[in-house]
Write a protein that binds this ligand. Structure first.
Ligand code: NDP
Length: 249
């Protein structure tokens, strides 16, 4: 068994896409899992599947909206004994709504993206890092985006949230530099998940048109890099990783 066997991984947004793929790959490494997202049935299906296929690991599934501080506190205070000590926090939950120019973005859309992609990530980090500090172990892995490195028209607010993730990751790494806790960011380019459909408000045709002329990444491509990052020896930190499909620049 490798370095990740017996480690406990807390995943936000484990009900689909990159979070779900990461859960499967961490399970293959023998890690225990805390699966969170808003769609509980999806988490429970994944929990039941992974518990059957990996009887050696503990899998806890719990509904969590990362925008809700009270819910976060409750979920963490009620973690079962066998997954209480979180070794790896995968801050993955995130979304984009619409491609509207800045002057037309509705207030509710601004609030939702900021609350999910920025506030939620911060709240989870605040809730879990103190326990890591106490135990002297831990790894925070944030899912940023190429949109956090270069802005594009129609993506002002989403880009702002991912630029914020970039800044938060760097500041947190500096704040924790004298501890053994590692802080990493992985920034994908185009990945074919539900994300694109949500971005185009359910219009699958428009969502797929984004991938014209290239072969998009799949969730497993990013999950592999997440597991690789988490599995480095304790003195090695992959601080930042930018990953494109070939033909996306
Ligand atoms: P998906 O839409 O497949 O997954 C997003 C996940 O986030 C879902 O599990 C969703 O679960 C969860 N989520 C959304 N809102 C909340 C919330 N308020 N509380 C808790 N969970 C929430 O997309 P991806 O897998 O592609 O996205 C994962 C991450 O990757 C995101 O941070 C995204 O910004 C980033 N990313 C994606 C790219 C892409 O091209 N796909 C490119 C670059 C970055 P539920 O609805 O059940 O709550």
């Amino acid at each position: 068994m490798g370095r990740l066997a017996g480690k406990t991984v807390f995943i936000t947004g484990a009900s689909s896409g990159i979070g779900e793929a990461s859960a499967r790959q961490f399970a293959d490494e023998g890690s225990n899992l805390i699966l969170t997202a808003r769609r509980l049935e999806k988490l429970q299906q994944l929990q039941s599947e992974l518990t059957k296929s990996h009887p050696n690991i503990h899998v806890h599934a719990v509904q969590l909206d990362v925008r809700d501080k009270k819910q976060i506190e409750k979920v963490i205070s009620e973690l079962p004994e066998n997954v209480k000590n979180v070794d790896i926090l995968l801050n993955n939950a995130g979304m984009v709504i619409g491609t509207d120019p800045l002057v037309e973005v509705e207030e509710d859309v601004i609030d939702q993206m900021l609350a999910t992609n920025v506030k939620g990530l911060v709240l989870l980090t605040q809730a879990i890092v103190p326990g890591m500090k106490e135990r002297g172990v831990g790894h925070v892995i944030n899912i940023g985006s190429v949109a956090g490195k270069q802005a594009y028209g129609g993506g002002s607010i989403y880009c702002a949230t991912k630029f914020a993730v970039d800044a938060i990751t760097k500041a947190l790494a500096i704040e924790l530099v004298e501890t053994p806790i590692r802080v990493s960011q992985i920034c994908p380019g185009l990945v074919n998940t539900e994300f694109s459909t949500i971005r185009f408000r359910g219009d699958k045709e428009k969502a797929d048109s984004v991938y014209k002329g290239l072969q998009p990444l799949v969730a497993d491509d990013i999950a592999e890099l997440i597991v690789f990052t988490a599995g480095r020896p304790a003195h090695v930190n992959i601080a930042d990783m930018l990953v494109f499909p070939v033909n996306q620049a």
